[in-house]
Every structure is written in structure tokens, then in C-alpha cells.
Design a protein around this ligand. Structure first.
Ligand SMILES: Cc1cc2nc3c(=O)[nH]c(=O)nc-3n(C[C@H](O)[C@H](O)[C@H](O)COP(=O)(O)O)c2cc1C
Length: 271
């Protein structure tokens, strides 16, 4: 008798209604297998790997080909330690051999305009700031997939926005450059208790033609599936309680409620 392993989509959802994909391939299955990695072996990420990861990142689409992002590769242990302290004291930032800080970067265009004494009025508006965030995000997610395809693991670090002035000083960020998030990268420690974290059923997120909040009806099922996953990893919550806690008050923003002021100081105003 042939034993076939379950399709990776069944781990992604734990949804009895979606256990197999009739169209799939190696790229999709790599994406379905994603998990954030927060425990790393004491092993380096080489320059060849970094070059490949950044090439994949630069292959992402970019608004008007502005390429309004940059990335700082931090390997120095003392600097990683300082960044870890600024980003919620998350120890995996110290343990990952490579910490990539993804930047929304309107600075390159600003320097170009200054050199040519050209106006740059459009960068005064929120749209240009969002463009930088979007470009940086698309590039970084390509980088994650590339890293995973090389057998590496990664986790994003939004907490890099907790103390943006100090992060900007640490990384010598010039005017109009903003540290959007970090990405800790390394060789996964296989003993870490983590797996493929189930996501909301597609009915909750996929709307046909127009938005339909009827998909909210499946959230209760999802809460139970995530609670089951969390219990396997010694955690006790489902989905609903932490979502409401995270969004319930500004304390959970850990200082990020002041970002508008930082962005204005950094030359990225939000008119
Ligand atoms: C922009 C962004 C910021 C994040 N920041 C953090 C962080 O500061 N610390 C952390 O442990 N995980 C962080 N994460 C990871 C998420 O918690 C994780 O992606 C989510 O729980 C889903 O789990 P999975 O990636 O294993 O599927 C972040 C993810 C994103 C996309």
C-alpha cells in the first residue's frame, strides 16, 4: 500500500474543506511551508547567500521602477545586540548571524534631485511614504522566500519601529530613509517548537467582485484551529483574544503611536 503524505495546504489551513490544491508546484509548496524561525544554529549566512537573497529582493515589482527601498545587512554582534535592545529585547536578533533592516528609501531620489537642483514636491505627501513602505515590503517578502529556498529561516521584526530615532542613529540613516522592519536570518534550529501556523479560511479573506463580510462566520472555526496549533507548541490562545488585545489600546504599540512625528523629523511627512 502506498502511503501519501498530506498536501502542504492541509497544514496551512487545517480546514477540512481545503486539503489539496488541484493546481500546485514547487514554488507554491515552498510558500505553503513558510514558518517564522526564531531559533538559529550557530552557523553563518555567507556573502554568496546574501547576494542571492538581495537579487531575489530586487526582482520584486517596484512602484514606477523607483526602487524606493534599501536594506542594511547587520552582522556585527555588538550592533545586533544594540538593535535587539531597541526592538523589544528579542533575543533571536542576537542569535541570528544576519539581521537585515529594510528601509523605505526616498533619500536616494532626494540626493539625485539635490544634485540636479530639481524639485521633489511629490515626496511631501503620504503617498510617497506609503510607496516606500510597499516597495520595501515586497522586496523583503521575496527575500524571505529566497532564504527559505536556500534552507535558511527568517522572522520579520516590526519591533524595530519601537524606537525609530535611536534605530536611525544606530544605522546612520539619512534624511528620507525609514527603517520599516527587520528580518533575522539564519540556519533554523530544528529543535525549535514551531510549525506551519494555520491561516484564516479563504472564505474570510477572499471576496468575489465586492467585499462580503459574511466570511466572518468562519472565524470561530479558525480560532479553534489556531488554539489547537498553539497547544501543540505549549501556548494557550486561539486567534480572537490576541487580536483584540493587540489592537485594544495603544500600549501594545510599544511607542509606535509616535511614528508620525518620527517620520516628519526623518523627512517623510504625511500630508
Ligand atoms: C511586518 C512584520 C513584523 C513582525 N514582527 C515580529 C516581531 O517583532 N517579533 C516576532 O517574534 N515576530 C514578528 N513577526 C512574525 C509574525 O508574528 C508571524 O509572521 C505571524 O505570527 C505568522 O506566523 P508565521 O510567520 O510562522 O506563519 C512579524 C511579521 C511581520 C509580517
Amino acid at each position: 500500500m502506498t502511503v501519501t503524505s498530506p498536501h502542504p495546504v492541509s497544514k496551512r489551513y487545517r480546514d477540512p474543506e481545503l486539503t489539496v490544491l488541484s493546481r500546485t508546484n514547487a514554488t507554491i509548496e515552498l510558500q505553503l511551508a513558510h514558518r517564522s524561525v526564531r531559533a538559529f544554529l550557530d552557523a553563518p549566512v555567507g556573502d554568496d547567500e546574501l547576494t542571492a537573497i538581495v537579487a531575489a529582493a530586487q526582482s520584486a515589482s517596484t512602484s514606477s521602477n523607483l526602487q524606493a527601498w534599501s536594506v542594511v545587512a547587520v552582522r556585527d554582534a555588538a550592533r545586533r545586540n544594540r538593535l535587539a535592545k531597541l526592538a523589544g529585547d528579542q533575543d533571536f536578533i542576537r542569535r541570528a548571524p544576519l539581521f537585515l533592516v529594510w528601509l523605505a528609501d526616498l533619500g536616494r531620489a532626494a540626493r539625485l534631485a539635490a544634485a540636479q537642483q530639481a524639485p521633489l514636491d511629490a515626496t511631501q505627501y503620504l503617498e510617497s511614504t506609503i510607496l516606500g513602505f510597499v516597495d520595501a515590503s515586497l522586496a523583503a517578502q521575496n527575500a524571505v522566500i529566497a532564504a527559505e529556498s536556500l534552507g535558511l529561516g527568517a522572522v520579520f521584526v516590526g519591533a524595530i519601529r519601537n524606537a525609530p530615532d535611536r534605530v536611525a542613529a544606530e544605522l546612520h540613516l539619512p534624511d528620507r530613509v525609514f527603517a520599516t522592519f527587520g528580518l533575522a536570518v539564519g540556519v533554523p534550529d530544528p529543535t525549535e517548537s514551531a510549525g506551519v501556523k494555520p491561516r484564516l479560511p479563504q472564505r474570510a479573506v477572499l471576496h468575489h467582485e465586492v467585499y462580503d463580510d459574511g466570511g466572518d462566520a468562519v472565524i470561530g472555526d479558525y480560532d479553534a484551529r489556531l488554539a489547537e496549533y498553539n497547544a501543540e507548541h505549549a501556548r494557550t490562545t486561539g486567534w480572537i483574544t490576541p487580536v483584540l488585545q493587540r489592537l485594544g489600546n495603544r500600549g501594545s504599540l510599544k511607542g509606535r503611536h509616535l511614528l508620525r512625528e518620527h517620520l516628519t523629523r526623518q523627512g517623510l511627512p504625511s500630508q
